[in-house]
Design a protein around this ligand. Sequence first.
Ligand code: HMG
Ligand code: MG
Length: 297
Amino acid sequence: MSEAVRLVEVGARDGLQNEARTLAPSVRAELIGRLVEAGLRHIEAGAFVSPRWVPQMAGTDEVLARLPKRPDLTYSVLVPNERGMSAALAAGADEVAVFTAASETFNRRNINCSIAESLARFEPVLAQAREHGVPVRGYVSCVLGCPYDGAVPVAQVVRTASALARLGCHEISLGDTIGAGVPSAVKTLLAACVTDIPVQRLAVHFHDTRGMAVANCLTALEQGVRVFDSSVSGLGGCPYSPGATGNVASEELVYLFEGLGLDTGVDLDRLVAAGGFVDQHLGRVTQSRVARARRAD
Ligand code: HMG
Ligand code: MG
């Protein structure tokens, strides 16, 4: 068997949270079902956040209730606080993700508190998760730049990521929220992070605002990272990151990794079809060049 990489499909959360059109829970669940059919095994299904802040994620409990459950599938959800954690537990999420940022201004705009306050807020969330045996992922946003503060010191990223690891997050996803990074910056960042956190516990989460995301993923792969967040059809962005576009398209990563001889477990044609399904519901055109080429073949 060839060496494997793991894709964390975030389109149904990161993607849809930023679309002007809000999709009904039944449609979101159908999308996720199609992603499962395509072979994705780790899927972010939604977020238990304030529906006033992010209305697109309302009804995440209903999405989870409609999903096929299997021991080889992990459905993850974002939780900002204890209330979100309780909702995630009640809905039967397999994993939760807490999220903070390496930039103070972004964090305040995103979750209305400082970085230190967010970490304190996560402590009881992690305790609840431990009690119920639910693994917790940790996100750090703005690792390669902030839409408000500009450059973000690498040391600040390492400090924040390490704090999440110490709190008990099994995996830390490093988010280039505004897609500002280039490969040399990714290399510098990862070299600094691995001094404190084993590379096996790191994931990368690159938005493709400036077309650098595939190059940045390849650089992360070369640095030993094996977990990659991506969105079908390149859905995505962040409501608190003006101008940010979608995550790197899942289709691009499947094409890249399979081409490199790395097993993703994903059927590209089914993935492209799942992208077509959600694009039709949103009235958008795919941001995945691989999907466009595949349809033209
Ligand atoms: P707040 O206003 O400071 O807190 O918001 P609050 O406790 O005063 O609550 C405000 C309202 O939210 C209240 O309701 C609460 O009941 C309700 P209201 O009185 O307005 O009707 N509330 C909740 N409702 C549902 N679920 C909850 C919950 N908690 C409170 N868990 C809060 C603080 C964190 C709640 C708010 O700021 C929030 O929900 N923010 C969400 C931000 C978000 O989802 N951002 C997008 C995800 S992060 C991202 O995309 C980056 C990532 O992709 C990585 C990358 O790319 O960098 C992960
Ligand atoms: Mg994101």
